[in-house]
Design a protein around this ligand. Structure first.
Ligand code: ADP
Ligand code: ZN
Length: 721
């Protein structure tokens, strides 16, 4: 090959052709550095004929500079990049950048410094130093890691380095990960679990594409069950990817994984330090990383030898990425499995309607775990009609819920209250003039956070101190909180039960893996009586002493009225209810609602999942909504209101007129201002027969937009704001 076409990582450049200098070996997928003007660019050698570009005369081609020392991206991954760009109307380069997302990974091997004891003693021994030396033993790690082990500051350790008691050692950054042992500790599976595990093990051994829906009630032991095909893949020397929706869930998973396999899996998520990212990326690419547990971005990594993908809690909306390349990791994981020719397992107690439809129509193989492991019973769900059981003014807990909490506190059992609202109150206003505190950058109210004494915008991250006086009328001490957030519920419980140990569990309080781990440890040690949390606590957690779940406002999710509102309410409530009664003691769930007759609320109370899914399926069919039709959204935004509106109107004027494509808009988006950008929206509803992506591309590409205008296309959107 003496002439190659590169997919250049810079989206504006697209593809460029180069010549291959004598002696340089490249193949499709090779990552290379090429000259561009006075600079260089990184690119991927692409398959001949699969990447459009300008036909440049051979004599004008410049030679490639070098080949980066990483394995070439394999053909299945190149097909996945092409498919994702095509399906999500994204640029190839933007998708490819997600594959090479660890910038540092492309550099050559380097070393890092770790520290260990030398065996010497310091000139001056203090009790603190003695304790630190004792605790360190033969541990080796970065100063930060050692300071955690020794329970002293890094400053104390540096003092010991200066005295020669601790010495630096240079280690390769790419040191191997500990090996997982497929037979470390195999639990005895129940007959149901055994049968599901057997099917999945066979699929891994068959080495061919097969999508599974693992539909198992909360507490049925889905994790223990899918660990068996994971073990099978490890025995075959193949890699496994387990996708989890939240970092907060990883901690629990890591412990269980280590119990089962004797070593931790390799992690991939956004809070990894850059060195860890690089180490993980390279181990994934050379095949030495066996099992990778990660957030959605782990889906695009260059696995050398993938044998199985598991998507746990597959219904979770956090698998949908809403910026950059707007993809849904649940759907892309099925495509990756197809290109790789391997099985993929979507596990959930409350599958997405789309997934269930695929299973019922035979496209996915359905595997069921209909009962809880070890004889635990699913909790009974009771409705509390708030129009009858009215909480006191400015209070949110009804009498039955208060009684339930009291009984649990007396019995020494745990309770969990669920409200999907961070902070103290969703709206703050001035008692004197009625001024409402709004984000200057977004069309959204500022949310009061009392724990951090801030007013915060949950859309752009803006935070300010609550003002002493009203900025509108100048009155002092006049702010009133409207409506409840989890912090306010926690206050209410503290007032009712001053003795109770209460924990607020949200992304504000459990944002890092360490804090999540600490929370879990405390809850397991029963140092917490009442957990008040957002959707973060609805899934994954297994606290045997938790016997009461209270849903503060079951109607909240139905308010926005988007396409999936009922489904999401069903999933959230069923999941949070699933936290109750997982141990020996039975659980109880109280749902506070103003609409006890709403179909989704009634279905929850009756435990009638099938009826809910059947009714919801019919509603979707009538509306031409997924899986029967498809939706897409186009968001036009600009810092200038006029410019955004003009661009949207102009695009609207050139809309395609097709029988199987309905285009609504343009209209100001529900979030009309976001991060200082004004937003207009089109919603597109397509019949199955329409070629949605082709129609959108043809429509948008023929428009010239001013430089200040951004056009975002969202295929299969989950967010309708
Ligand atoms: P799910 O994810 O389906 O809600 P989990 O996988 O969390 O359920 O399992 C619920 C609990 O039962 C966990 O504590 C798990 O360790 C335990 N468990 C499940 N299956 C087994 C088994 N075969 N042997 C021992 N413990 C099990
Ligand atoms: Zn904002």
């Amino acid at each position: 090959m003496n002439r190659v076409r590169l997919l250049v990582l810079n989206a504006a450049l697209g593809s460029l052709d180069y010549s291959v200098p004598e002696g340089m070996r490249v193949e499709p997928g090779s990552v290379v550095v090429a000259p561009l003007g006075p600079r260089t660019v990184t690119g991927i050698v692409w398959d001949h004929g699969r990447l459009p570009g300008d036909e440049v005369d051979a004599s004008k081609l410049r030679p490639l500079r070098e080949v980066v020392a990483v394995p070439p991206l394999a053909a299945p991954l190149r097909r996945l990049i092409e498919w994702s760009a095509d399906y999500y109307c994204a640029r190839l380069a933007s998708v490819a950048r997600m594959v090479l997302s660890s910038g540092g990974a492309l550099g050559g091997p380097t070393t890092m410094t770790e520290y260990r004891l030398t065996g010497g003693t310091p000139e001056r021994m203090t009790p603190q130093r003695a304790a630190a030396i004792e605790a360190l033993g033969d541990e080796q790690g970065t100063l930060r890691e050692l300071s955690e082990i020794a329970g002293v500051s890094t400053g104390v350790l540096r003092g010991l380095v200066n005295q020669g008691v601790i010495e630096p050692v240079s280690v390769s950054i790419d040191r191997p990960y500990p090996q997982a042992n497929a037979d470390h500790h195999q639990p005895a599976l129940s007959p149901d679990q055994l049968s599901v595990a057997g099917t999945l093990v066979n699929a891994v051994e068959a080495r061919k594409f097969e999508p599974f829906l693992l539909d198992g009630v909360t507490g049925s032991g889905k994790t223990e069950t899918y660990f068996e095909p994971v073990a099978a893949a490890i025995r075959m020397g193949r890699q496994v990817l387990v996708l989890l929706p939240e970092i907060a869930l990883t901690e629990n998973f890591l412990t269980r994984f280590e119990d089962r396999f004797g070593a931790a899996p390799v992690q991939w998520h956004s809070s990894l330090k850059s060195k860890e990212r690089r180490r993980a990326w390279r181990a994934i690419a050379d095949g030495s990383a066996q099992v990778i547990v990660g957030a959605r971005s782990a889906l695009f990594l260059p696995y050398a030898n993938l044998g199985l993908i598991v998507v746990d809690e597959a219904h979770e909306i956090s698998f949908k990425q809403d910026d950059g390349v707007r993809y849904n990791a649940r759907d892309v994981s099925v495509m990756r499995a197809r290109f790789e020719g391997i099985p993929v397992v979507l596990a959930s107690a409350t599958p997405a309607l789309e997934s269930l439809h695929m299973a019922n129509s035979g496209t996915y193989t359905k595997l069921e775990l209909p009962s809880r492991f070890g004889g635990a019973q699913l909790p009974a769900i009771k409705l509390v009609d708030l129009t009858v059981e009215k909480p006191a003014a400015g209070r949110w807990l009804s009498a039955p819920l208060i009684e339930g909490l009291e009984a649990r506190l007396e019995a020494g059992e745990q309770s969990l209250l669920f409200l999907n609202r961070r902070g103290y109150a969703p709206l703050t206003l001035c008692r004197n003039c009625g001024h409402r505190f709004q984000c200057p950058n977004c069309s959204a109210w500022l949310v009061e956070h009392r724990l951090s004494s801030r007013l915060a915008c949950h859309h752009c991250g803006l935070e300010t101190k609550p003002p002493e006086t009203c900025p509108e009328c100048g009155e002092g001490d006049c702010l009133v909180a409207c409506g409840p957030g989890v912090e306010r519920i926690a206050d209410e419980i503290a007032e009712l039960f001053p003795e109770a140990r209460i924990a607020v569990a949200t992304s504000d309080t459990l944002g890092s893996p360490e804090r999540a781990a600490e929370f879990i440890a405390q809850a397991e040690a029963r140092a917490i009586d009442v957990i008040v949390g957002t959707q973060l606590v609805t899934k994954g957690f297994h606290f045997p002493e938790l016997t009461l779940v209270g849903v503060i406002d079951a109607d909240l999710g139905l308010e926005g009225g988007d396409l999936r509102a009922a489904e999401r309410t069903y999933q959230q409530v069923a999941q949070v209810a699933g936290r109750a009664g997982r141990g020996a003691k039975p659980g109880e769930v109280l749902l506070q609602t103003r609409h006890p007759d709403a179909p989704v609320i009634a279905a929850l109370a009756n435990g009638d999942r099938d009826a809910f899914y059947a009714a919801e399926t019919e509603a979707r069919r009538d509306a031409g909504a997924p899986p029967f039709g498809r939706w897409a959204a186009i968001i036009i935004s600009s810092e200038e209101e006029r410019e955004a509106r003009a661009a949207a109107v102009r695009l609207g004027d050139t809309r395609p007129h097709l029988d199987d494509l309905y285009i609504l808009g343009p209209a100001p988006a529900p979030l009309a201002l976001l991060r200082n950008r004004y937003r207009y929206r089109f919603l597109i509803n397509a019949r199955r027969s329409a070629n949605l992506q082709e129609a959108l591309r043809g429509w948008i590409e023929q428009q010239d937009f001013p430089p200040g205008v951004r056009v975002g296309i969202d295929i299969d959107p989950y967010s309708f704001v």
